[in-house]
Design a protein around this ligand. Sequence first.
Ligand SMILES: Nc1nc2c(ncn2[C@@H]2O[C@H](COP(=O)(O)OP(=O)(O)OP(=O)(O)O)[C@@H](O)[C@H]2O)c(=O)[nH]1
Ligand SMILES: [Mg+2]
Length: 303
Amino acid sequence: MAETRAGFVALIGEPNAGKSTLLNQMVGAKVSIVTHKVQTTRARIRGIAMEGAAQIVFVDTPGLFRPRRRLDRAMVAAAWGGAADADIVVLLVEAHRGLTEGVKGIIEALRDKLPAATRVALAINKIDRVKAEELLGLSQTMNEAYAFERTFMISAEKGYGVQDLKEWLAAELPEGPWFYPEDQIADLPMRMIAAEVTREKLTLRLHEELPYQLTVETERWEERKDGSARIDQIVYVARDGHKGIVLGNRGETIKAVGKAAREELTEFLGRPVHLFLNVKVRPNWLEESERYSEMGLEFRDGD
Ligand SMILES: Nc1nc2c(ncn2[C@@H]2O[C@H](COP(=O)(O)OP(=O)(O)OP(=O)(O)O)[C@@H](O)[C@H]2O)c(=O)[nH]1
Ligand SMILES: [Mg+2]
């Protein structure tokens, strides 16, 4: 039998680079939420993939950007924490955007914040959005900015190049026993996955700043005798006005969100789900340590 391998691979990059999409593609299931908006992922989320005798634990991280609010700082700290703990870091950049100011900032921080021995590979993502001729130039520009160990051209969404990257990572991870049972795909409590699914549906439906000013928590999870699950969640918003928008005209918005989230959870769990959403105004939730621990983020005084 082949020697088993196992290790952690952190996915980092600017918001919207496609980190969560890539993690889901690697795992073969949706364990991390994806939206067209920036700053979707808030915490470090682990997805587990098997490749031959190797177990690759992918660490999805919040996008790296210049933080302003306390929540932003906690997110960026979580992203760098994920990178520092990893065996290999994969930096994702968007093919159609190239070496942006944001990416330059991340490359500078790679040198400052990570141990010198950290292995970093580059994944140029969303290659379905550009002409093939442009990729060689971008790869060159990127590798002049940082000596990446390898460069991969991928489309996380379409799956192009993803298997190559997976095989390379599997071969490079240290020999050792697996960290998780072979059939486990995520390392996140179900109550948190369920809250994330609802937050995704809210983010897809609400405009502008509102998604950044709300959080979702699973308050109660009841297993019923008939095999179904009853899940009660709270949507915390920061202002009275936001509550009205989240509810929508005659409760239309929250109803549609609840329906979409329930359908996805039913599929994920493989059994019926009864989902109840309760919207609460909590003006100060962005400054409450308990909200951060619910999200799996660290709340530090003085931040
Ligand atoms: N065309 C194209 N779109 C992609 C690809 N990969 C991801 N996307 C889209 O890019 C958007 C952002 O994807 P996410 O996976 O949420 O990005 P992220 O890096 O996790 O973003 P944050 O969590 O906000 O940091 C979504 O609309 C995806 O569908 C790709 O290969 N090609
Ligand atoms: Mg994400």
